[in-house]
Design a protein around this ligand. Structure first.
Ligand code: BDR
Ligand code: CA
Length: 315
């Protein structure tokens, strides 16, 4: 299956990238950059460096929108810098890539790819939905033909950056609301399930013990992330594998159980950024989103370790 990753890289975005590269079912045709954990251009620089590290310079990378269309700019939140480090990858030093981004912007690449590949393509978005909303605006056919798995939102649990809001949706609630209402085939992998899939130092140790540079980098950055979780959410006992789970579901939807629901995002008032069922369309027989509410934790963790392990072992 052809795949595009839309990333704000980001430690768990980096793990999502490695998961995709370690999945023979997926053919990664491009990485589009968004802002969130870091500035868009810093996330893109991380993507290029990580693709170098993993020996995948053949994968093109695209600059995306640098901020929400409802805003004039974007600054990294303190909480993001705390969780992912100022450089987005846990202060791990990676050589800057000699490669440059593709000339086409992310939104054009998304639109062209959906036109060309239709349902032989899955887009996995693990940052704010700004690029996707721009693609919906640019091409009236985009939504009807796109298959999208997002990491974002929370239906049955509270948010993580505010009581109502999950980080990716919080950055651009209007974009996520547009995506939900667009008619696109959307699967929502939210905190409901991603906070059940946890990683500990036990697992990262296995990557370090491979003795490869990729294994060391993945272990060092993920240890930074686990340490941040020890402070922000000590009750979990590990870090949430948010973004890799979205890629896992793109490979194998049976990893999660979903409810089909007509979702919306609150854009006003104190619940701004909340992902919730739309009371107006509660009885509409057509549902707009598959919301993951259960996950086969053991099976996912075993897939995660073997796929990341295969990438870490290569170089
Ligand atoms: C999401 O927010 C970002 O910090 C992570 O990379 C993930 O995509 C979790 O809420
Ligand atoms: Ca992310």
């Amino acid at each position: 299956m052809k795949t595009i990753l839309d990333l704000d890289t980001g430690i768990d975005d980096a793990l999502a990238l490695a998961y995709a590269l370690g999945s023979p079912e997926l053919e990664l045709i491009g990485v589009t950059g968004t802002y969130g954990n870091v500035l868009m251009k810093d996330g893109v620089a991380n993507d290029l460096s990580l693709l170098d590290l993993f020996g995948r310079q053949d994968v093109p990378v695209f600059h995306g929108e640098p901020h929400a269309s409802t805003k004039d700019g974007f600054e990294v939140l303190e909480i993001s810098a705390f969780i992912h480090g100022r450089n987005g990858i846990g202060e791990v030093d990676l050589p800057a890539s000699q490669r440059s981004v593709d000339e086409r912007g992310a939104v054009d690449f998304l639109v062209d790819s959906v036109r060309e590949h239709g349902d032989d393509l899955v887009i996995v978005a693990t940052g704010p939905m700004t690029n996707l909303a721009a693609a919906i605006d640019r091409d009236p056919e985009f939504a009807a033909n796109a298959r999208i798995v997002i990491m974002g939102g929370a239906l049955t649990v509270p948010g993580n950056v505010r009581p109502w809001a999950e980080a990716n949706i919080n950055q651009d609630p209007e974009a996520a609301d547009k995506l939900f209402r667009s008619g696109a085939d959307v699967t929502m992998i939210g905190l409901d399930v991603t906070l059940q899939t946890l990683l500990t130092y036990e697992e990262t140790k296995q990557w370090r013990e491979l003795g490869t540079e990729a294994g060391r980098v993945l272990a060092d950055m993920t240890d930074y992330y686990i340490k941040a979780y020890d402070t922000t959410a000590p009750h979990l006992g590990g870090c949430g594998l948010h973004d890799p789970l979205a890629v896992g579901v793109a490979v194998d939807p049976s990893l999660v159980t979903v409810i089909e629901h007509n979702m919306k995002v609150d854009v006003d008032g104190e619940t701004r950024g909340r992902t919730i069922g739309d009371e107006v369309r509660l009885n509409d027989p057509e549902k707009n989103v598959k919301v993951a509410v259960g996950v086969d934790v053991e099976r996912f963790l075993s897939e995660f370790m073997s796929r990341i392990g295969s990438v870490a072992a290569r170089g």
